[in-house]
Design a binder for this molecule. Structure first.
Ligand code: ADP
Length: 380
């Protein structure tokens, strides 16, 4: 079977004319391209008000790609892009103007339009799966809430959406009007997950091209209301899909979760570099499963070479946000749909997450006021 590459697809798509002239590739409206065997998937971003008339464009792109030898099927979806109101535009008093900091929302890296009403969006990311990224994201969001902020959490982990499980979310989100969805409430935090929108049985390979359209939808077509901060649980890893997502979201900063093992730390470094490439300040590293406290004797064991993340953060000139122990209670509370920050708000673990939340919020404010430049990252 012919080995189709992304470049083959892009080359062919250069023959398709964009709505505003030129070809659709040069116009920058073609998403990341997924090729699996003979199947090709991607999306084309079009202005929302013209979306209805764009079927011929979609069809033309599909026909063009199907013409490549070896392509068995092409799935092309249109992604509607809503123009966000211009900064300083008529949007009624953005949340940020009433945020605890009293500062207006800054346009974050790359000039990506923010979400009206949402003061800051931060990503929680990891170099690889299984390090506790989602557990950290959820507890961080609840800790930000416990610290008095208005908080939302968006589960953008297309490979393994875990928010419905972690927060015991069962209902389908209601449509408010048109395409706008109402987020669910989880312990006072507004929550939305791709897992609530996509059937669990949907094969992964079909999810790929939906990444961008689903992410855009979850960001811009959800009634987030007025939030100080929206935490986005990113898919693990640093591949094309993650990079595209980081580019699509107007991020105020990123938090990297890592375990102490060397390998995970190397992966964490990739995460740092990814955000640097898209000009997003790295707010810091969290070391998860940092040490083990015996539930029987209370003795502490450093299962892995503990302190690796702290050391690495210093070396990379990135803030170190804190260490979270490997603890049965953290896992059990997550599995029960009531994360430790709300299950045991006075406990030691909740205190750790709240302290991390304070650091994160300080970092957001510092980055926003230009008080601190995004950290410099040394690449070997
Ligand atoms: P990721 O999002 O990185 O894939 P998860 O947050 O889903 O990781 O965590 C993977 C597993 O590890 C889950 O079963 C979770 O409950 C558990 N886990 C995460 N952090 C901790 C921790 N600090 N202590 C104990 N178990 C944890």
């Amino acid at each position: 079977m012919a080995n189709i590459t992304k470049e083959d697809v892009l080359d062919r798509l250069r023959s398709v004319t964009a709505p505003n002239g030129g070809d659709i590739v040069s116009a920058g409206i073609v998403s990341d391209i997924f090729v699996t065997g003979g199947k090709v998937m991607f999306s084309i971003t079009v202005p929302a008000d013209q979306a209805n008339g764009m079927e011929p464009l979609r069809r033309a792109a599909e026909v063009a790609v199907k013409g490549i030898p070896g392509v068995e099927s092409a799935m092309v979806v249109l992604t509607a892009e809503k123009k966000a109101p211009a900064v300083g535009g008529p949007s009624p008093q953005p949340a940020a103007s009433r945020s605890p900091a009293g500062r207006p929302a800054a346009a974050p890296g790359g000039g990506r339009a923010g979400i009206p009403g949402v003061g800051a969006i931060i990503a929680v990311a990891s170099g690889k799966g299984g390090v506790g990224k989602s557990t950290t994201a959820v507890n961080l969001a609840l800790a930000l809430k416990a610290n008095g902020l208005r908080v939302g959490i968006l589960d953008a982990d297309i490979y393994g959406p875990s928010l419905p499980r972690l927060l015991a979310l069962k209902e389908k989100p209601q449509v408010v009007s048109g395409r706008i969805l109402r987020p669910l409430d989880a312990y006072g935090v507004k929550a939305m997950s791709i897992g609530l929108l996509v059937e669990e049985e949907t094969p992964m390979i079909w999810r790929g091209p939906m990444v961008i359209s689903a992410l855009t939808q979850m960001l811009r077509e959800v009634e987030w209301g007025e939030l100080d901060i929206l935490v986005v649980d990113m898919p693990p890893g640093t591949g094309d899909a993650q990079l595209t997502m980081a580019q699509q979201v107007p991020l105020a900063g990123a938090v990297i979760v890592s375990t102490p093992q060397d390998l995970a730390l190397i992966d964490a470094r990739k995460g740092l570099n990814m955000f640097r490439r898209v000009d997003v300040p790295v707010l810091g590293i969290v070391e998860n499963m940092s040490y083990f406290v015996c539930p029987h004797c209370g003795g502490r064991t450093d299962i892995f070479a503990h302190g690796g993340a702290r050391h690495e953060a210093a070396r990379l000139d990135v803030p170190f946000l804190g260490e979270i122990p490997l603890d049965l209670g953290i896992r059990l509370s997550s599995d029960a749909g009531k994360p430790v920050v709300v299950a045991d708000p006075e406990g030691a673990h909740a205190a750790i997450y709240r302290k991390i939340a304070t650091e994160v919020w300080n970092g957001v404010e510092a980055a926003r006021s230009g008080g601190r430049r995004p950290p410099r990252i040394v690449v070997e």
